[in-house]
Design a protein around this ligand. Structure first.
Ligand SMILES: NC(=O)c1ccc[n+]([C@@H]2O[C@H](COP(=O)([O-])OP(=O)(O)OC[C@H]3O[C@@H](n4cnc5c(N)ncnc54)[C@H](O)[C@@H]3O)[C@@H](O)[C@H]2O)c1
Length: 248
């Protein structure tokens, strides 16, 4: 058991990558906090965990709302759980692609809100609990879009680039306090998020992925487990890109 009794808060745990991370961490002994905007899908993840004998804490949470994030962490406190691991996974893609000159304000701000504001609000609350204990692991979900750019999705690209820079800066700030911050920047992963992209993109996604297949959420969960566990005890401020060989 690589995460025995550790408490992991996973945002966006109701679907795709977040759900796979929650399931994998629980199988490794972690106590899971399912923080999900969509209460129904959050409950579905919780049911999966319960059917495997776990007892997750489920808190319907919009990570873009700082008050909701405060309530999330207060609920963890109330259960008497410390916070050992935070996975900032909640996110949304832009609906289709759009030339930057046509991007409306709300499309821009929606991306910065969920990926940057949401990540920051959760980190702030987590640090208030991790710093006094001088321990913790924070894993942020970036994207290859934030490394190499995704034309037509300028807001998503900028938001994920911000998450990568945030990871680098924060990791240096809090490493002396025993807190490791790292980032996973996946390539194309087979989750409901890909439904936001045009179907005609699929062949291109495969063409640019030398492994010849999309990634599965479990491919990312394995990397997250490494970053959450003591196996990565000397890994700080890294951007790990599981992408099937895509050059970035
Ligand atoms: N799928 C990919 O190809 C891919 C590639 C690179 C990075 N990512 C990143 O991985 C993360 C997970 O994506 P996924 O592919 O599993 O997508 P997904 O759509 O399957 O899951 C995202 C989850 O986040 C939740 N969510 C959205 N907004 C939220 C909010 N404000 N508060 C709380 N929860 C919220 C959704 O309800 C959903 O359950 C995202 O940050 C995404 O940007 C995905």
């Amino acid at each position: 058991m690589r995460l025995k009794d550790q408490v992991a808060v996973v945002t966006g745990a109701g679907s795709g990558i977040g759900r796979a991370i929650a399931v994998r961490f629980a199988a490794e002994g972690a106590r899971i906090v399912v923080a999900e905007l969509n209460a129904e899908s959050g409950e579905q993840t919780a049911d999966l965990l319960r059917s495997a004998g776990h007892d997750p804490l489920v808190v319907a949470t919009d990570v873009t709302d700082p008050e909701a994030v405060r309530r999330l962490f207060a609920a963890v406190d109330e259960r008497g759980w410390p916070v050992d691991v935070l996975v900032n996974n909640a996110g949304t893609a832009e609906a289709g692609l759009m030339p930057t000159a046509e991007v409306p304000d709300d499309r821009w701000h929606a991306q910065l809100r969920v990926h940057l504001d949401g990540t920051f609000y959760c980190i702030r609350e987590a640090l208030r609990r991790m710093v006094p204990r001088q321990r913790g692991a924070i894993i942020n979900l970036g994207s290859v879009a934030g490394l190499g750019g995704l034309p037509g999705a300028i807001a998503y690209t900028a938001a994920k680039g911000g998450v990568i820079a945030l990871t680098k800066g924060l990791s240096q700030e809090v490493a002396p306090q025993g807190i490791r911050v790292n980032c996973i920047a996946p390539g194309w992963i087979n989750t409901p998020m890909l439904n936001h992209l045009p179907e005609k993109w699929r062949p291109g996604m495969l063409k640019h992925t030398p492994l010849g297949r999309l990634g599965e959420p479990e491919d990312i969960a394995g990397v997250a487990l490494f970053l959450a566990s003591e196996d990565s005890a000397f890994v700080v401020g890294q951007i790990i890109s599981p992408n099937g060989g895509m050059y970035r």
